[in-house]
Design a protein around this ligand. Structure first.
Ligand SMILES: *Cc1c(COP(=O)(O)O)cnc(C)c1O
Length: 436
C-alpha cells in the first residue's frame, strides 16, 4: 500500500517510509491511496474467527508484503496481549474497556503496534534510532512501555516537571533500560519546543537518527481499528444497529473506527464526544472550522483545540460535508455534566467511568435519545485511577488500583532533570558532556 501526503496527493511513499518518517516532508499527514474492502462473507461470519486473525486480515492490506505474514502476526499478538471487555452498563448501552493494557489507557495499542513495526524495519540496521516524544502524560507512558526493550531503539521522553499526575510520572520514570525520562523545568509547550527544534535541526540529524512516536503516525492510527472489530464481533449476535461514541481529542481513535466502517464493518453511526474544547461539534453545526485556544478540563487528554486527525476524517468522505453528516454526530459536554454522569451511573449501575469515558457516555445518551431503536458502545479510554484526582469525591474511595500499577508505584523514580535549554538537550542527545 502506498500513502500520499494530505498536502500533496502526488507525493507517495511506502508503508515503511510513512512509519519511519511519521509526517511527509511538506508536513502533511499520510493517508492510504485506497481503502481496502473486506469481503461481505468475512464480515458476516466475524464471530467465527479468532480476534488475532481478524486483526491481521484487517491490517494486512495496509502493509502488504512490507512485513511478512509471520512477523506481522507476531506484532499483532504482542499488541493485543490483554483483554478488551465489553460490558453492559445500562440497557442498550455498552462500555468497551480499552484500559487493560500496561499503562491503563487505549494508547497502549497504537504505541505497541508502532514499536513492533519500527523494530521490524530497523532490525538489520546497526545505527540505533532515537524515538523522541514530548508528553503531558498518557502518550509518553504508552510510548515508553510500547518501545521498552525494542532492540536498536532508544526512547527519550520529555515531560514537564511537576505537571503530570503521580501515576503518569511513575509509569514514565521507572522503566529504565532503553527508556530515558527527561524532566523539564517548564511546561508541556517547553518540552514540545525542544522536540520540534530537534526535528528541525539538520546538524543533529548527522549524528543522531531521530523519529517521532506522535499520534499522527499511520502505525499508531490504523491498529486502533482492531477493537471496533472485537466489540462488533461480540455484539452482533444480539444487535443489528450498533453505533459508537468516542471521547475525542486529536480524533485519531474515532478516525480509525470510521476507517473500519469504510472497509465494511457495519457500524451505523459515530458520535464524536468532546469536552468544552468543541472545535468539531461547532464545525458540524456551522460548517466553520474555527479553533479557539485549548481550555483545561478534567478530561485533559482531550484538551485539544485543533485536532490533527480531523483532516483524515474529511478525506475519508472526500470533503463532502453532507456525507459526513450522515455518518457522524458530535456533541460537547462540560466538567459539571461529566462529573454528574460519573456519579449517577455509579449510583445506578455500580459502573465506574473515568472522565474521558464519561464524556463518551454522555454523547451516546444524547444521540440515542433521538434514535431509540439503536444500541450503542462508548469507548472507555482510560482506567479511572489514572485520573483519580479529578474523580468526584464520592467515588474516590471505591477506585481500585490494578496490580501492575501498584508495582510501578513502588518502583524508584529515575529521571534526568533539565532546564528547557536546547543546546544542553542536544549535547546530551549526541552523547557530549551533560552538566545538570
Ligand atoms: C489520548 C486520549 C483520548 C483522545 O484520543 P484521540 O485519539 O486523540 O481523539 C481520549 N481519552 C484518553 C484517556 C486519552 O489518553
Amino acid at each position: 500500500m502506498q500513502y500520499y501526503s494530505l498536502n500533496n496527493h502526488d507525493h507517495k511513499v511506502s508503508f515503511r517510509e510513512a512509519v519511519v518518517s511519521g509526517l511527509a516532508p511538506d508536513k502533511g499527514l499520510y493517508f492510504p491511496v485506497s481503502i481496502p474492502k473486506l469481503e461481505k462473507d468475512f464480515v458476516e461470519r466475524l464471530d467465527e474467527y479468532d480476534p488475532l486473525y481478524i486483526a491481521r486480515k484487517v491490517i494486512s492490506p495496509f502493509i502488504e508484503d512490507e512485513i511478512p505474514r509471520n512477523a506481522l502476526q507476531q506484532i499483532i499478538d504482542d499488541t493485543l496481549s490483554f483483554p478488551f471487555p465489553v460490558r453492559e452498563v445500562e440497557q442498550g448501552i455498552y462500555s468497551l474497556e480499552l484500559y487493560h493494557g500496561p499503562t491503563l489507557a487505549f494508547k497502549d495499542v497504537g504505541a505497541k503496534f508502532m514499536a513492533g513495526c519500527l523494530g521490524y524495519f530497523r532490525k538489520d540496521d546497526n545505527r540505533p534510532v532515537t524515538v523522541l516524544a514530548a508528553t503531558s502524560g498518557d502518550t509518553g507512558a504508552a510510548v515508553a512501555h510500547g518501545f521498552y526493550n525494542v532492540p536498536g531503539v532508544r526512547v527519550v521522553i520529555l515531560y514537564p516537571s511537576g505537571k503530570v499526575s503521580k501515576v503518569q510520572e511513575q509509569q514514565l520514570t521507572t522503566l529504565g533500560g532503553n527508556v530515558t525520562a527527561i524532566e523539564v523545568e517548564g511546561t508541556f509547550d517547553d518540552c514540545q519546543r525542544l522536540v520540534k527544534t530537534a526535528f528541525n535541526d539538520t546538524s543533529l540529524k548527522v549524528s543522531c537518527l531521530l523519529t517521532s512516536a506522535n499520534s499522527i503516525n499511520v502505525a499508531r492510527w490504523l491498529p486502533q481499528m482492531f477493537y471496533y472489530f472485537m466489540a462488533y464481533r461480540k455484539l452482533k449476535q444480539w444487535h443489528k444497529d450498533i453505533v459508537f461514541s468516542v471521547p475525542s481529542g486529536n480524533f485519531g481513535n474515532i478516525c480509525a473506527g470510521m476507517m473500519a466502517a469504510q472497509m465494511g464493518l457495519p457500524i451505523q453511526h459515530f458520535i464524536a464526544s468532546t469536552n468544552i474544547n468543541d472545535t468539531v461539534p461547532r464545525f458540524m453545526q456551522s460548517g466553520n472550522y474555527d479553533p479557539q485556544p485549548a481550555q483545561p478540563t478534567i478530561s485533559n487528554a482531550m484538551d485539544v483545540a485543533d485536532p490533527s486527525n480531523f483532516v483524515r476524517i474529511l478525506e475519508l468522505f472526500a470533503h463532502r460535508e453532507k456525507a459526513l453528516n450522515v455518518h457522524l454526530s458530535s456533541y460537547s459536554f462540560d466538567d459539571r455534566e461529566t462529573l454528574s454522569a460519573i456519579e449517577s451511573v455509579y449510583k445506578k449501575s455500580k459502573y465506574l467511568m473515568d472522565p474521558h469515558g464519561a464524556v463518551g457516555y454522555l454523547g451516546l445518551k444524547k444521540y440515542l435519545a433521538k434514535h431509540p431503536q439503536q444500541v450503542g458502545v462508548f469507548l472507555e479510554t482510560a482506567h479511572p485511577v489514572k485520573f483519580i484526582d479529578s474523580m468526584p469525591g464520592t467515588v474516590q474511595d471505591d477506585i481500585d488500583y490494578p496490580a501492575r500499577l501498584k508495582q510501578a508505584l513502588g518502583k524508584e523514580k529515575k529521571s534526568l532533570y533539565m532546564q528547557g535549554d536546547y543546546i544542553m538537550f542536544k549535547n546530551w542527545l549526541t552523547g557530549q558532556s551533560y552538566a545538570v
